[in-house]
Design a protein around this ligand. Structure first.
Ligand code: GLN
Length: 242
């Protein structure tokens, strides 16, 4: 009987090792692929700055990159619950988010900007007072909009829905990240971006609090990729200097 128990615990341990081994081969990235040039869908593929950087990190860690596309406001929960190993979604580092996940070192700088219709009376961030502002739910733009005096916030599940509402005069402005904002303005006639940036931010990769080993590995990887110029190369491929 004793022998049997020992044997079964060995089998259990082996099964666990195999299971853990195979899942640790994958590096699951939670993202929202509606945020060009950081991530977007092209054909059957998710392309952009984040998947390209993530691929290099996965290669460096000897793991296979698997991308899970989901709503932006689910990416942090996906990491917290272990559904994904990393959240990489043009994800801005904020003190509030740090309560729920750890962030790697930042891999790029970013900003929130204001997109309006050409000819709009909104020409500076202060002009947003009392206006109807479109945001993507759960983004830093959403958080900042809450501080604007007398503003009405319209929350959309995707940025392009906010942009469509703006084109149709349903809202007065959209607060969005700078580079996606540029893409949306270039793809939609009659829109423009206000020169003055709303806030300056940094993007980093989110990792579960308890997964400090992965956090350290990714930071080491990011450092190498930064030093070799690979990150700049990828960013330069998608964002042309003005
Ligand atoms: N940078 C913004 C944030 O982290 C928006 C990111 C996104 O919509 N993918 O909240």
């Amino acid at each position: 009987m004793k022998k049997l128990m020992v044997l079964s615990s060995v089998v259990c341990a082996m099964l666990c090792l195999c299971a853990c081994g195979s899942s640790s081969k994958k590096l699951v990235m939670a993202t929202n692929a509606a945020f060009p040039p950081y991530e977007s869908v092209e054909g059957n593929e998710i392309i952009g700055i984040d998947p390209e950087i993530a691929k290099l990190i996965a290669d460096d860690l000897g793991r296979e990159l698997v991308i899970e596309d989901m709503a932006f406001d689910s990416v942090i929960a996906a990491v917290q619950t272990g559904k994904a190993d990393i959240a990489m979604a043009g994800l801005t580092v904020t003190e509030d988010r740090k309560k729920n996940i750890n962030f790697t070192d930042p891999y790029t700088e970013a900003a929130q900007v204001i997109v309006v219709k050409e000819g709009s009376e909104v020409t500076t961030p202060d002009d947003l007072e009392g206006k109807t502002i479109g945001v993507q739910i759960g983004t830093t733009g959403d958080i900042y909009a809450e501080d604007i005096k007398d503003a009405t916030i319209e929350r959309y599940s995707k940025f392009f829905e906010a942009i469509n509402a703006l084109s149709q005069d349903k809202i007065d402005a959209v607060i969005v990240d700078r580079e996606p904002g540029k893409v949306f303005v270039s793809e939609n006639e009659g829109l423009k971006m206000i020169d003055e940036e709303f806030t300056v931010e940094e993007y980093a990769i989110g990792v579960a609090k308890e997964n400090t080993e992965l956090l350290d590995q990714i930071n080491a990887s990011l450092k190498k990729l930064q030093e070799s110029g690979k990150i700049d190369e990828i960013i330069g491929k998608y964002i042309k200097a003005e």
